[in-house]
Design a protein around this ligand. Sequence first.
Ligand code: G6P
Length: 369
Amino acid sequence: GMIEKGGYPHFMIKEIFDQPRVLRDCMRGRVNKEVKEILLSAVIDHKDKLLNAKRFILTACGTSWHAALIGKQMLESIAKIPVEVEYASEFRYRDPVITDQDVVFAISQSGETADTLAAIELAKSRGAYIYGICNAIGSSISRASDTGTYIHVGPEIGVASTKAFTGQVAVLAMLTLCLAKEKGTITDERYKYLVDQLASVPDMIEKILKTSGGIEKIAPTFTYARNFIYLGRGFNYPVALEGALKLKEISYIHAEGYPAAEMKHGPIALVDEEMPVVFIAPHNSLYEKVLSNIQEVKARKGRILSIVSDGDKDVTAFSDYIIEVPHVDPIFEPLLTVVPLQLISYYIAVAKGREVDQPRNLAKSVTVE
Ligand code: G6P
């Protein structure tokens, strides 16, 4: 009933609004705001294994796989570690090269996903070191791992993952900064700045959640749509995939996430005056590039909804609707830009009368392959 949902009509919206609080829980005892330092016990205890690894492989399914794509970009750009991202269901069956020089990370909210568990069993049998990033304490994947970090965001009930995704990205961010510091791939000044930025993310999400009323108002204007396109670049490309997945899962509207520049190699053919195109376009080094992608969609009369930075002007001028998010260092943008996409899919699904917490054909935890 309403009580276990904390007064919200669905678990999903409760969990979206839980994010500032649970991300603080996730960072508690790990991120020290005063001295601007991050300590992950798994990194401290298994430093040699992690620092000497030739390569990291991140394996996962669904939303957790999207978090892995963001983790790859953070780990490569900041900690300078080569990273591969693998769908667990593909990885386990394609006889991949795995050695004892690899660390294989399993990212799983439930810690019970059959394909992800099988992927780490395979990696373990080939000598890899296994690092679990799970939410469920004592779950099968956390038990099968050599070490790991819990995301500590509390039980997630809604089938469509929300707070677990931001928790996974937050853990990958802490891992990246912790490793970069140990490896010396980051200056002291930048490290402290990024620690401070990460610690401020929960407050920034709180600000975004205050705009939910506006998002709720926009949502009904999109219920007619049979298709959606989500576009982003760099750190926001995986966010485009996640936004599209959220919409498909709970509203049953077909949606495609794509790297914005790849649009011209196919999806742009779908754009007409009926096609909603969601751009994730905060103010970073790719802003001008995304802006020109937006102009291409505008020229074909697409309906443009953009996620922009506070005070944005140029993208706003070409968009039919905008949702603003605070400025943050680009590596942490996904933690902010995903939130309006969670909200838009939630409110569209509600406007369509869908079973938000129990979408048809989907399961919270996929324990069969
Ligand atoms: C199911 C859920 C998704 C989830 C995926 C992976 O499909 O509906 O929300 O992202 O499994 O689950 P996991 O527990 O391994 O993160």
